[in-house]
Design a protein around this ligand. Sequence first.
Ligand code: DER
Length: 224
Amino acid sequence: DNQDMKKKAAGEKAAEFVKDGMVVGLGSGSTMYWAIKKLGDLVKEGISIKGIPSSVRTADWAKEFGVPLTDFSEVQRIDLAIDGADEIDPAFGCIKGGGGSLLREKIVDAAADQFIVVADDSKLVSVLGQFPLPVEVVPFGYEVVKEQIAGLGCEPVLRMKGDQPFITDNQNVILDCSFLEIKDPQKLHDQLKSLIGVVETGLFIHMADIVVAGRSTGVEILKK
Ligand code: DER
């Protein structure tokens, strides 16, 4: 459908920023499927790259498409990270974590010299918050954290997978927090991170350098 075409076009365009010899941070989500697939084509055409995957699903796609993988035990510096987003504001602040991989995504994206966010244009918003903010929390005592987050002005919901809590690749749970409108993302992030048991938030603030947005009119590259 139209949104998938936009994701495909944006993902393939973002992959073109990858150059021979790079270590590439591989984000997660359906848009990244297209970026990883395109990277596989570039590898077949002869470029030599290594990817660090931010989720099991991304690692599986990389293997399927022939993108060589490495990890932080081998390299501690990433040249370029590419990742999707659930919302992107005009300052390139993002809400991420819709797919549940936000902790490893943030570790990978933060370790990169350059970070490209890739998305269809439905993700571009004027203010963050309509998308429920994912917060990764240690399972032990998460109920206490849930109440503390509620005190910040939202209704946290434990993310489920069927009739069981969703468990992240890092063995934590996720609270989806509907703040509706986040006027000061950095302040909210800092408040959340100060709560004992909160591991990470889906607020990726002051991280993205470039946004590659798929539109019905084509792909738009936004730079700060
Ligand atoms: O969960 C995530 O952070 C993903 O990157 C998500 O935000 C984007 O998913 P999509 O490409 O399937 O829309």
